[in-house]
Design a protein around this ligand. Structure first.
Ligand SMILES: [Zn+2]
Length: 196
């Protein structure tokens, strides 16, 4: 996997290089932000955030989920620590934006985020992290500290013998009365690590 393009991207969180990689949808490449102090090959424990697109949270600051806050906090931390943000274009855990908005309506009727996806005919979680793994290989990153609360994301690296997760860095931000139930479902259904 090779980038389609690489450019400079100064942000309010710090300086980055931005790289675009082909995804399933031509107009929506996966994006990688490399902190300007990122040192690639052979470094132990490169900080990495693998973030799946959430337009409502990332762009509009929705408090239905914790995505926007997780993205902001991880960007400032990655910029400080020379890390890598991998932004995967799998909106709504892979079901797409329209279906995610439909799921919001079911959630407002009392279903949790996973039930709602299933009742719309989708898997609980349709995400794949294989592109992230290929991108890390391209970057020659073989040892990472993964910023996540999600054990399945750590587990995605279980069978990946050339990339080691040396540490999980918690990312417990974005708590809001609006997303209490959502975060509780993540904890109960998927075993996400949250202090209560
Ligand atoms: Zn979200």
């Amino acid at each position: 996997m090779k980038p389609l393009v690489e450019s400079r991207l100064p942000t309010k969180f710090g300086g980055f290089r931005i790289l675009a990689f082909e995804s399933d949808v031509k107009e929506m490449p996966h994006l990688v932000l490399l902190a300007s102090n990122f040192v690639p090959a052979k470094q132990i424990g490169v900080p990495v955030r693998v973030h799946s697109e959430c337009m409502t949270g990332d762009v509009f600051g929705s408090s239905r989920c914790d995505c926007g806050e997780q993205l902001a906090v991880s960007m400032s931390q990655l910029s400080e620590d020379g890390g890598v943000l991998i932004y995967l274009r799998q909106e709504g855990r892979g079901i797409g934006l329209v279906e995610k908005l439909r799921a919001y309506n079911l959630q407002d009727e009392g279903q949790d985020t996973y039930e709602a996806n299933v009742n719309l005919g989708h898997p609980e979680d349709g995400r794949s992290f294989s592109s992230a793994i290929e991108i890390l290989r391209y970057l020659k990153v073989s040892s990472i500290r993964l910023m996540t609360n999600n054990p399945e994301k750590v587990g995605a690296f279980d069978d990946v013998h050339d990339i080691t997760v040396v540490e999980r860095m918690p990312l417990e931000v974005g708590l809001d009365p609006e997303n209490e139930g959502y975060l509780e479902a993540k904890r109960l259904v998927k075993g996400h690590f949250f202090k209560r």
